[in-house]
Design a protein around this ligand. Structure first.
Ligand code: ADQ
Length: 489
């Protein structure tokens, strides 16, 4: 009865993503500690309050024994999370292999792996088989917890096979799929050996969403050119069935950031930072340590700026906070060493006995420390080589109501389409251009900063994560109603 009441007021949303918003750490045979995970998807969806949400996903840990599984299911239930248990071999082939070694670089225009990179995770085909198997395992858990009327929202490139698996199990299920990365040009997608099977599986969804109109257009082109289907302004049509395809730019829970700035602990952090860097302008980078984020390019541009502007050397500091991810993948280990090497060289070159130009941290910051950092920053540097959207740029803008700092933003981040008018847009590969933009940003007059900030602040506070989710779900419901009307006609 209680369930019926809450269902009447709030729609039930099953959010299916590779990772749950928490990571589980085992403390004993039947005891678990849960930690909130860092990442764009989690940040955006935690702000969504108007649905009765359940999360379904992997908890990031192998749990081979039944006692452990039962205890974890119980611990996660308190957080409205439902685990999918994946064994080590599947994780290796599906997650490290097909998702992170193949789809992630391909969708960010870094190409398919060479044979030597594949060799560590066996063949392409066995990785794709594991990918499909893992998606089937997700589908089984969804089926078990699905109640008629639920909206099932599948997320990201890990679960491109899931819409098909779900519809095979229940044709009436309302299924949406959203991609958080870019969808590349059809010429790039064409190189993928499993290109057609993946497209067809995604098309089984009722609604397919992307961050930008460009990504949606690339997807429709891939379906028309590779599958020979018909693309319309509404989406993709296959034998009379329409899959709606559209852009749904994500946002953040901006109020949460704005409110946090008033908290005493955030104010204390801000005071500490201001004292620590008094007399210097603060530049900030916050990224997951990933090759798509362009961290080496950013640091090299900063070096060039210092090289060409000796008068700024003791007046500016770059704080680069890089949270390590996928630490067991060799490419990511190489990237970490590369970044450390460049930072060490630049600090050796331009540092003094009492100060260094770059503070690099390999770790995640808690929410309050992060808000304080955003608030005291003069210039934020987002230099992604490709990025679906990039929420760091949004979070920075939300925390800048009093300082009105400048955002330097890669034109290859989806956010360039929404924050482009207020930010300084750069090509991150062009180190000279980024270096001169740093100079421009540091010297920008207050009235120009104010104008640029105002433009972005209005966007960030009106295009929130809540609105993003509500729009996607209502569009999904409308799509289904329209499809029912069409079949009745
Ligand atoms: P991500 O690649 O994870 O997300 P992004 O959108 O920038 O990238 O989100 C990162 C999130 O993690 C932000 O909320 C940020 O605050 C947090 N974060 C990053 N580094 C941190 C650190 N050192 N300490 C604390 N927190 C940190 C993917 C896509 C993006 C897309 C999002 C959402 O790659 O393009 O914008 O999903 O769709």
């Amino acid at each position: 009865c209680e369930r019926q009441d809450s269902r009447a007021s709030r729609e039930r949303l099953l959010v299916v993503a590779n990772r749950l918003p928490v990571s589980a750490v085992r403390r004993g045979v039947d005891s678990w500690h849960l930690e909130i995970s860092v990442g764009g998807l989690v940040s955006a969806l935690l702000g969504v309050k108007e649905f009765e949400t359940r999360w379904i996903g992997w908890a990031g840990v192998n749990v081979p024994d039944e006692i452990g599984q039962r205890a974890l299911i119980k611990a996660l239930a308190e957080k409205r999370c439902i685990p999918v248990f994946l064994d080590e071999e599947i994780v290796h082939q599906y997650y490290n292999g097909y998702c992170n070694n193949i789809l992630w670089p391909l969708f960010h225009y870094l190409g398919l792996p060479q044979e030597d990179r594949l060799a560590t995770t066996r063949s392409f085909q066995s990785q794709f088989d594991a990918y499909k198997k893992a998606n089937q395992m997700f589908a089984e858990v969804v089926k078990e917890h699905y109640v008629e009327g639920d909206v099932v929202w599948c997320h990201d490139y890990h679960l491109m096979f899931l819409p098909k698996c779900l519809k095979e199990r229940n044709r009436k299920m309302k299924v949406g799929w959203f991609l958080h990365t870019p969808f590349p040009s059809s010429e790039i997608h064409r190189t993928l050996p499993s290109r057609s099977e993946l497209l067809r599986s995604v098309l089984a969804a009722d609604l397919v969403g992307f961050h930008t109109y460009d990504y949606a257009r690339h997807f429709v082109s891939a379906c028309t050119r590779i599958l020979g289907l018909e693309g319309t302004t509404e989406g993709v049509e296959d034998q009379g069935r329409l899959t709606r395809v559209a852009a749904f730019p994500i946002g953040i829970d901006s109020d949460r950031f704005i409110r946090a700035l008033e908290l005493p602990q955030v104010q204390d952090h801000m005071k500490e930072l201001k004292e620590r860097f008094a007399g210097r302008k603060v530049m900030l980078g916050v990224d997951r340590l990933d090759m798509i984020k362009g961290i080496p390019q950013k640091i090299l541009a900063f070096e060039k700026f210092l090289e060409e502007n000796p008068n700024w050397r003791d007046k500016v500091v770059l704080l680069q906070i890089a949270v390590p991810t996928r630490t067991d993948v060799p490419e990511y280990q190489k990237l970490t060493s590369q970044v450390h090497e460049i930072v060490g060289r630049i600090n050796g070159r331009f540092g003094t006995l009492t100060a260094v130009p770059i503070h690099h941290l390999d770790r995640s910051l808690d929410f309050h420390a992060l808000c304080a950092l955003y608030a005291v920053t003069d210039v934020a540097l987002v230099t992604s080589l490709r990025d679906g959207m990039n929420l760091v740029s949004y979070e920075f803008v939300a925390c800048q109501a009093s300082k009105k700092g400048v955002l330097i933003l890669s034109e290859f981040a989806g956010a360039a389409q929404s924050l482009g008018a207020g930010a300084i847009l750069v090509n991150p590969w062009n180190v000279t251009e980024v270096a001169s933009s740093i100079g421009y940003a540091l010297n920008m007059p207050a009235d120009e900063r104010e104008k640029r900030h105002h433009h972005n602040f209005v966007h960030v506070t009106t295009h929130t994560s809540q609105e993003w989710a509500a729009t996607f779900v209502s569009e999904l419901n409308d799509t289904i109603v329209e499809a029912q009307l069409r079949t009745r006609q």
